[in-house]
Write a protein that binds this ligand. Structure first.
Ligand code: ADP
Length: 159
């Protein structure tokens, strides 16, 4: 089965990586789809985010990295996928993910959403937290893959 893992990935964190590598074991083909969302102010461009995901997931053979805009359901149909995966960290994610998955099912009942529970080490981890800590010079080396660590240093400190 082919699944879509959509999100902002600004930037990819070890929490996302955990979901991706587990999904790659369960599904034949996983498409990480970076959402082009003009309303959200991003640190990394879409191209930078795609490149960082590719560099961080080099050894996963059944993984594809792409971007999309518009409705996720339309994108999933275009990719001929009948499944979406999203990560669930804490109760705070639940309401939002539930709402999105129900809305997507309303739009197409042929596409199912699978919610994957976060690894215990990553339940508090988010891209925003990583950006905030890194912007003040804090150590995020345990939170992100090496390519992202380097990219954050370049963005914030031109290193
Ligand atoms: P979005 O802006 O669409 O929420 P994100 O890049 O923040 O995009 O997240 C993409 C998906 O990954 C979401 O389903 C989110 O809940 C999940 N996710 C984010 N961080 C983690 C984490 N630390 N552990 C598990 N899932 C996560």
């Amino acid at each position: 089965m082919k699944v879509i893992y959509p999100g902002s990935f600004d930037p990819i964190t070890n929490g996302h990586l955990d979901i991706i590598s587990r999904a790659c074991k369960q599904f034949e083909h996983v498409v990480v789809a970076v959402l082009k969302n003009n309303n959200k102010k991003a640190l990394f461009s879409i191209e930078e985010r795609i490149e960082l995901i590719k560099e961080s997931c080099k050894d996963l053979e059944n993984l594809e990295v792409d971007s999309f805009s518009g409705l996720l359901i339309d994108y999933a149909k275009m990719k001929e996928s009948k499944a979406i995966i999203r990560g669930l960290r804490a109760i705070s994610d639940y309401e939002n993910e539930m709402q999105m998955s129900l809305a997507n099912r309303y739009l197409s009942d042929e596409i199912e959403t699978f919610l994957m529970v976060s690894g215990t080490d990553y339940t508090y981890l988010s891209s925003s937290l990583v950006k905030e800590i890194a912007s003040f010079g804090g150590d995020v080396s345990n939170f992100v893959p090496t390519p992202v660590l380097k990219a954050l240093k370049t963005k914030f400190y031109k290193l």
